[in-house]
Write a protein that binds this ligand. Structure first.
Ligand code: NDP
Length: 477
């Protein structure tokens, strides 16, 4: 027998993806550098479907029907190149290498270009949903050629997560690095979502005076409304959990140092290169790095500032409602920024990414899955040329209704000395984009003063320079 698909790299993600394919009726060839993992997979889960265990690369490739579909699920970076170098010589034109790891999209573009010379389709594919998602239905974000999607698409649609309306959370996003780029921004938005949730929790606790258990109830309530999402749901779970060893709220015994693997950082680095303001995502990445600087924090602990005074009990519910508005408004902003970044990259690299489709395939399977994504899909379906999510009439109306509470929450955070960089940055972005005039006029004038960088005028065309060191007359530049 031959396998319709092969998976190499059988750590948590690869193993569960392989099982997902097998449970959906595909014969799956499995391979791992360390063969013990391959044997363990077949021993433990062999009865879930048809697996062909391969010990060597040659056996693995020989087990695959042609054109071959080979999924690589190894550590991103050099290991991916090592695996490609091992398998590519064994493949033939028309075969497909699907890289499901969290690759940097520039690496994906390079690999795609290199393999295209030998006729091999390299399909950089974002996979989200963690190990549970990989097993039960992830959100899948493939790039690569149209031809490869024609072959892989039906299989990916079978194993992908399904939205409430039954549609699979996978689509062909565009050529070469488009899939990995979209996955990267997904992760950036995930960082922002988590940071905003963290700030909401912190404010409910420090300003609202609520216990973690009460805050869990608040999140549970929010989860029945427009914030309905996986991250809100698990937040309620985490906050209601009590540490068995100490009897304390679990959140209080976890060291407050957040780690990161790199996709959030990449999102910000690339946004800087593209010139796209993703301040919400950036603040989330920086908040994690600030948390990790133990020395800096220890050295700063004695600095002056207000001690938060919790509101009277009777005002806690009303405050929680305001925080919900602030969280929702800030969330709209971070998605606005993320979608702007995707649109900018799509234009830069000629990908033709369809924003409505991106929102559609994030509705299930992935970490940022949320009811809210239906709304984003609808906004881009109504106007595929939408410049900004904020200019969608519905979102504009909602954020308009939220803004008073949003400002009140940011003011409370500032007054009480509780850091809320995500809420504040989102609000500053909102006020920045809606401002009639920005102090950028002054910035540009300063640039002209010290560097003769020239400026444009509001009242006529052209570029101008003022002779700042001379008689201050204006000349055409
Ligand atoms: P890891 O990222 O921990 O990678 C371990 C796997 O990589 C093992 O199969 C290992 O083989 C293999 N490997 C490492 N170096 C090499 C090499 N030089 N040559 C061949 N194989 C090598 O596994 P995960 O399952 O966590 O993740 C797999 C990919 O999926 C990663 O790119 C990750 O970023 C991405 N991802 C992970 C998610 C998660 O929730 N964990 C979610 C979404 C994507 P061996 O057993 O021989 O050591």
């Amino acid at each position: 027998t031959t396998a319709q698909i092969g998976v190499t790299g059988l750590a948590v993600m690869g193993r569960n993806l392989a099982r997902n394919f097998a449970r959906n009726g595909y014969t799956v060839a499995v391979h791992n550098r360390t063969a013990a993992r391959t044997r363990a997979l077949v021993e433990e889960f062999g009865d879930e479907g048809d697996f062909i265990a391969a010990e060597t690369a040659r056996d693995f490739v020989a087990a695959l029907e042609r054109p071959r579909r080979l999924v690589v699920m190894v550590k991103a970076g050099e290991p991916t190149d090592a695996v490609i170098a091992e398998f590519a010589p064994l493949l033939e034109p028309g075969d497909m290498i699907v890289d499901g790891g969290n690759a940097h999209f520039a690496d994906t573009r390079r690999r795609e270009r290199e393999l295209r010379e030998s006729g091999i389709h390299f399909v950089g594919t974002g996979v989200s949903g963690g190990e549970e998602g990989a097993l039960h239905g992830p959100s899948i974000m493939p790039g690569g050629s149209e031809e490869s999607y024609a072959s892989l698409g039906p299989m990916l649609e079978r194993i992908a997560g399904k939205a409430a309306d039954g549609t699979p959370c996978v689509t062909h996003l565009g050529p070469d690095g488009a899939g990995h780029f979209v996955k990267m921004v997904h992760n950036g938005i995930e960082y922002a979502d988590m940071q905003l949730i963290g700030e909401a929790y912190h404010l409910l606790r420090e300003v609202g005076g609520l216990t973690p258990a009460r805050i869990a109830d608040v999140f549970r309530r929010w989860n029945t409304g427009r914030l309905d999402s996986y991250l809100i749901e698990i937040t309620a779970q985490v906050l209601s959990h009590v540490d068995a060893a100490t009897g304390e709220p679990f959140v209080d015994v976890v060291l407050d140092r957040a780690e990161q693997k790199g996709t959030g950082r990449w999102t910000v680095q690339i946004a800087l290169d593209l010139g796209v303001p993703v301040s919400g995502i950036a603040e989330a990445v920086f908040a994690r790095s600030l948390s990790g600087h133990a020395d800096l924090r220890a050295a700063s602990r004695g600095l002056a500032g207000p001690t938060p005074r919790p509101l009277p009990e009777a005002e806690a519910d009303a405050f929680a409602d305001r925080v919900e508005q602030a969280l929702y408004a800030s969330k709209i902003v971070s998605y606005t920024q993320g979608f702007h970044q995707i649109a900018a990259a799509s234009a830069e690299y000629g990908w033709g990414v369809d924003a409505a489709e991106v929102a559609r395939i994030w509705r299930a399977g992935c970490i940022i899955r949320a009811a809210f994504l239906d709304r984003i899909t609808a906004a881009y379906e109504a106007d595929p040329g939408l410049v900004s999510l904020l200019s969608d009439a519905e979102f504009a109306r909602e954020i308009g209704r939220a803004q008073d509470d949003w400002r009140a929450v940011v003011s409370a955070a500032v007054a009480q000395g509780v850091p809320a960089p995500g809420f504040a940055a989102a609000l500053a972005y909102y006020d920045g984009v809606r401002a009639e005039r920005l102090p950028a006029a002054l910035t540009q004038a300063q640039r002209d003063y010290f560097g003769a960088h020239t400026y444009r005028r509001t009242d006529r065309e052209g570029a101008f320079h003022t002779l700042w060191g001379g008689d201050r007359s204006e000349v055409d530049a």
